[in-house]
Design a protein around this ligand. Structure first.
Ligand code: FAD
Length: 287
């Protein structure tokens, strides 16, 4: 294998913190099986406010206990600078060396008073550098198809550059199914002298209606041809999965061919859809 290939570059897996005992069991099985592919790290998402934060800590703790590299996500919206510093200190004490730094989104219904001290992710990156210097490798989010709240592509890119200028080391993109969007984004970054590695986020396709709902919320586009083909399969989950595996494998091949420095899989805590793509790409056979 291969460990060399996945660890040296940006091949990683994303998890969300489970809430139930069954979910915890499933996550542990997923991590154990995916870790056989020697990823660079497992990242764990983080929600603004409430119990999901504790679940993130518990998930990160367990991954670390297995001797596996964990990269917690940390969102800043709704928190004070001191609260964020406390969490970062906890991670530093644990030996965590990579953070995915995000603004996050306030839960619907939250008032303006719940914004906290930091408004945008670039301010979080600056805080990490100010208080922890180079202690963490800082990943930030990138949006080849534009963040849904951005005024336009150029403004969004300007704001992406703020995160890089504040000290981000690398970026992971929102998922997308049109490789041209990634290529254009890399070209636009290059024109602005943004040189950090930008790893594409890859969402395996397992369920049509969930994917549509999720994509509408986060601004990821599902190309018309892909929607139509999935729609034609109706409730035939096996056919949708087979189509998804082919489409996403081809997408990854193209992304690697045009220079993607790795792939970050949104596993949704499922093993098979990600493994099927990983193995179809032959990532474990490349020395
Ligand atoms: P920012 O980079 O701050 O950008 C947010 C918006 O504000 C953009 O429209 C941008 O153009 C604009 N903007 C940025 N800076 C400025 C500025 N200085 N002045 C004016 N406008 C500005 N969410 C979670 O809650 N938990 C997670 O664990 C999580 N993980 C994620 C992982 C990845 C890889 C990605 C791509 C997204 C993730 N998200 C997560 C979602 C993310 O929190 C949302 O997309 C959120 O709306 C934006 O976060 P951001 O860090 O990209 O924000």
């Amino acid at each position: 294998m291969t460990a060399s290939r996945s660890q040296a570059t940006g091949f990683s897996f994303e998890l969300f913190p489970p809430k139930t005992d069954k979910g915890i069991e499933k996550l542990r099985d997923t991590v154990t099986r995916l870790n056989e592919r020697s990823p660079a790290f497992f990242s764990v998402t983080y929600g603004a406010g409430g119990s999901t934060q504790t679940n993130t800590f518990a998930t990160v703790d367990w991954i670390r206990e297995q001797g596996i590299a964990a990269a917690p996500h940390l969102s800043c919206i709704g928190s004070t600078r001191d609260e964020i510093t406390e969490i970062l200190q906890r991670y530093a004490d644990q030996g965590i060396d990579r953070i995915v730094a995000l603004r996050g989104d306030l839960p619907s219904g939250a008032g303006a008073g719940s914004m906290g001290d930091l408004n945008y992710a670039n301010e979080l990156v600056a805080l990490i550098r100010e208080r922890f210097d180079a202690r963490f490798h800082v990943e930030v989010a990138a949006y080849p198809e534009m963040h849904p709240q951005a005024a336009n592509f150029d403004k969004d890119l300007e704001n992406f550059k703020r995160k890089v200028d504040a000290g981000a080391d690398s970026a992971i993109t929102q998922y997308f199914y049109n490789p041209d969007a990634y290529e254009r984004f890399l070209e636009a970054c290059s024109r602005r002298d943004i040189t950090i590695p930008i790893v594409p986020g890859i969402m395996p396709i397992t369920n049509y209606s969930n994917l549509v709902r999720f994509s509408d919320a986060c601004g990821a586009e599902i190309p018309r041809w892909l929607r139509k083909r999935m729609e034609a399969y109706g409730d035939n989950i096996d056919s949708i999965r087979a189509l998804g595996r082919d489409v996403v494998t081809k997408l990854c091949e193209r992304l690697l061919a045009i220079g993607a420095p790795g792939l970050h899989f949104y596993t949704m805590n499922q093993t098979e859809p990600t493994l099927a793509i990983w193995d179809a790409l032959g990532l474990s056979d490349i020395g």
